[in-house]
Design a protein around this ligand. Structure first.
Ligand code: NAD
Ligand code: UGA
Length: 448
């Protein structure tokens, strides 16, 4: 058994984003004292008032409670926050550069702050990389920056672990409190033992690995999820052409325990801040070692083309879409979130505009974020308003409230056609409400 971490620990989380805040709130709920450090003063202010900078209601509720109890604070002073802590979690963003490679500047900057704090301290601290970084980043970038800047030795004066995060947006707190697995890659046994002990209240299976295996586990997981989605899209695209509904087909496929039922829902492709970025980053990392991943290249190419499937269905139903008024429901990268990073709504609407359609869009939460990406299209204030006078509608995100669209909303459309780009609606219910239903992977005709 690893040496126990006794009682409440002081924990610094660098980067108060989805991962940082979910990690911090989880550890705060377990009785630890957490300080978030972020370079964005607005974010720091918001966290100190118990307000999340994004839409994730259960996480916000717990954040508020912990801030009120004085268990969580936030600061822009990373060096001070690291100095006062035993564990330091690096949770900064690692976005794509145009080449697909990850931009490591935020990680480097976080490491410089850690190094400064370690230089002035003789306390053994555990540095935990939680940001998603390609294999060898932790030992060949993070480690030397901290060692050089601090004058201390990794494994002796400070510990280093890589602990990938697997949470999904929309269920961030639950996933962080009850992860499907905890992977701890450690440079030195002592820091791995300490991190394992910090997680002792969690019931999840825990795997101990080396640092590079932990880094690779994250990419292998996300690229597998992207593969499952793209495979479902491939099957669905064929089913639609064959006059078959892909839903029972994929349901039966998912009943095989070797495959599993989740992530087999076809649609206009995978978006979000991580799946596309991680597929690109792993492909780029493989190239550095002379490996050309044809699978990852195909996933990206397929995903780029997938929004066109929804437009093809729309054209099949209403013909030329030039100068037609097209309603797009759902702008977030999936239902239930306000995050628009790599949302498929962007390529979808860009293609619609290129075909000279007039686009009117609605999302329950994501309009303020999406407007920054596309300031000039028309926005509606409700799904009902969006559908009014439309010549067709494409559902791009699976918000549960879109299922409630009924006769009243449908009857206000100029041409009653709904394209289900996420397979989240009930075809029969849409038809009962008076619209023609077409969906990704739905090849049945009205008479069926
Ligand atoms: P985010 O963009 O929501 O948050 C990152 C935060 O780090 C921002 O608030 C930013 O201001 C702050 N920051 C940047 N540089 C800093 C510095 N030098 N010092 C202090 N703060 C700094 O990012 P995220 O979505 O939480 O993702 C973080 C990492 O976790 C990424 O590598 C991502 O791939 C990975 N990840 C994300 C998710 C997810 O669902 N969003 C899930 C698993 C893993
Ligand atoms: C994803 C992974 O699911 C998490 O495990 C991972 O931790 C995270 O990325 C990350 O590394 O950041 P998330 O970005 O929240 O989580 O989004 P998902 O729920 O995976 O959805 C991604 C995209 O795939 C969305 O556009 C969604 O609509 C699409 N999707 C998902 C499908 O098209 N079909 C499906 O069956 C599932």
């Amino acid at each position: 058994m690893p040496k126990r971490v006794q009682g409440s620990m002081k924990i610094c989380i660098i980067g108060a984003g989805f991962v940082g805040l979910a990690t911090g709130v989880t550890l705060g709920k377990q009785g630890h004292e957490v300080v978030f450090s972020d370079i964005d003063p607005g974010r720091v202010k918001s966290v100190n008032s118990g307000i999340l900078p994004f839409f994730e209601p259960p996480l916000e509720k717990e954040l508020k409670a912990l801030v009120r109890k004085g268990k969580l604070t936030a600061t822009t002073d990373s060096v001070g926050a690291v100095s006062a802590s035993k564990f330091v979690f690096v949770c900064v963003q690692t976005p794509s550069l145009p080449s697909g490679r990850i931009d490591t500047r935020p990680v480097k900057s976080a490491c410089n702050s850690i190094a400064k704090a370690l230089r002035a301290s003789n306390d053994y601290k555990v540095v935990v990389m939680k940001s998603t970084v390609v294999p060898s980043t932790t030992d060949s970038l993070v480690l030397p920056i901290i060692e050089k800047g601090s004058g201390k030795s990794a494994g002796k004066d400070f510990g280093l672990c890589m602990n990938p995060e697997f949470l999904q947006e929309g269920s961030a707190l639950r996933d962080s409190m009850e992860p499907s697995r905890i992977v701890i890659g450690s440079l030195d046994k002592r820091s791995g033992d300490m991190l394992e002990s910090l997680y002792k209240k969690m019931k999840s299976p825990l795997l101990r690995t080396d640092i590079r295996s932990a880094e690779m586990t994250k990419y292998a997981s996300n690229t597998f999820l992207a593969t499952k989605i793209s495979y479902s899209n491939e099957v669905a695209n064929m089913c639609e052409r064959f006059g078959i509904d892909s839903e029972p087909v994929l349901k039966a496929v998912g009943m095989d325990p070797r495959i599993g039922p989740l992530f087999l829902r076809p649609g206009v492709g995978f978006g979000g801040s991580c799946l596309p970025k991680d597929v690109r980053a792993l492909r780029d990392r493989a190239r550095l070692d002379g490996y050309n991943s044809r699978l990852l290249s195909t996933l990206l190419a397929m995903n780029d083309e997938q929004p066109q499937e929804a437009i093809r269905l729309l054209e099949k139903a209403i013909g030329d879409i030039g100068s037609k008024r097209i309603a797009v429901l759902g702008l977030a990268f999936k239902g239930g979130v306000d995050d628009v990073r790599e949302t498929r709504a962007l390529p979808l609407i860009t293609h619609l505009l290129a075909k000279r359609a007039r686009v009117v869009a609605f999302d329950p939460m994501a309009i303020p974020n999406f407007i920054r990406l596309m300031p000039t299209i028309e926005y509606a204030s409700s799904a009902a308003e969006c559908l009014k006078g439309a010549d067709g509608c494409i559902v791009q995100a699976d918000w549960p409230q879109f299922k409630k669209i009924g006769k009243r909303e449908i009857s206000s459309m100029r041409q009653r056609v709904i394209i289900d780009g996420r397979r989240c609606l009930n075809p029969a219910a849409v038809r009962r409400a008076g619209a023609r239903y077409l969906g990704i992977g739905y090849g049945l005709q009205e008479k069926d």
